[in-house]
Write a protein that binds this ligand. Sequence first.
Ligand code: TPP
Ligand code: MG
Length: 415
Amino acid sequence: MALPEMKYPLGREQLLDLYYFMKLTRELDEQLVRLFRQNKVVGGLYSSIGQEASAVGTAYALEPKDWIAPMIRNVGGLLVKGFRPRDILMQYMARSGAPTGGKDGTSHFGDLKGRHVVSPISMLGDLIPVMTGVAMGGRYLGQKLVTMTWIGDGGTSTGAFHEGMNLAAAQHAPFVCVVENNQWAYSTPVARQVPLKNLADRARAYGIPSYVVDGNDVVAVYQTTKEAVERARAGEGPVLVESKTMRMRGHAQHDAAAYVPPEMFEYWKARDPLNRYEAWLTEHKVWDKKAKAEIDARIERELKEDLEVAESSPLPKPEEAERGVYCEGCHTIEAHWERPVEEVQPPRSSVEAVWTVPDFGGLNGTRETSSAATGSRDDGARAASPASPPAKSAPAGSGASKRSAGAAARPKGRR
Ligand SMILES: Cc1ncc(C[n+]2csc(CCOP(=O)(O)OP(=O)(O)O)c2C)c(N)n1
Ligand SMILES: [Mg+2]
């Protein structure tokens, strides 16, 4: 094994783990398509083909105590967090053995107790304030956790995204937002809905750091996200990671994606994340043909077993429809304090009620001012101050470019 230098070194087992999760995600995706064509999938089916490195590499950068809220193209993240293909198969087939007991036909399920997964919400953007809240809750309890959710390029144009990111930034929440720029939102290309080349630039509006990463390079995705996660965990506040990738299928099964230029598919096909990673593992002598064949055989075996379990699980009984609609004691969530409770109770929690406003909010020569006194101009760059240095490039080779760094100075005693 002759690996390139990595800031966050990955051992052989971890490198093969990444392959296992990416390949499992793809095989599961293809299995679901076959089931859809057999009319066994009861609702829509959303593919994450082409985005496996993005979902797996980001989730892999988390610790078990960290929390995720996946979106439809983050099945890879669910697998990393410990869900099995059978869970996803039964969800899509609405079988009684599914995590939601067959009440939901897609991926609206989570596991608050064991795996720390918040169930997705279909309204795009709304998971950002939710995961900001989870991050704040974890901090309050002293758990030193980080939360993560993913959002598509289209989803970043919602009001909820803005409100959530602003809340996360203002609260300095240990939260990582992964923007999966897969070039399309339904049939709308990014350039038709937002005048930015890099969606990472959205972070500048919130004064938070951001990264751009090649979302089809799983090692780069992992390295970049790990850095973001560690910064958030260290108390630097939220971080945005833009993962540039491509949705290699239509929005869902009904969509043939005929609006995507064929050359664009060709460009991204040549950069397929799984093919690239297989070549990388070979080039760096992480595996040989035998090791690959063993993992592939394991995946085939597990998927076959899980398919049998899923197919033999019955549809839910009709009377189940009226159960679990209202809470019947299903939530037994308790706060797990990992810090002395006295720390957050008076008198120790008391905050000095004195606030200072640097420069009293005046212009202080930080921006170009208009002589006609019609206002100030800001071409997108943040006002320079010692606490918020201007955007600069990250070291090459990390697969990421750091777009801005530093957080605004905060009054003392806030937390
Ligand atoms: C607030 C809101 N508006 C619209 C929709 C309908 N909708 C579901 S997915 C989607 C496209 C999302 O595109 P993008 O965010 O780029 O994610 P991708 O599907 O490419 O992963 C839309 C418009 C929704 N779920 N929520
Ligand atoms: Mg998209």
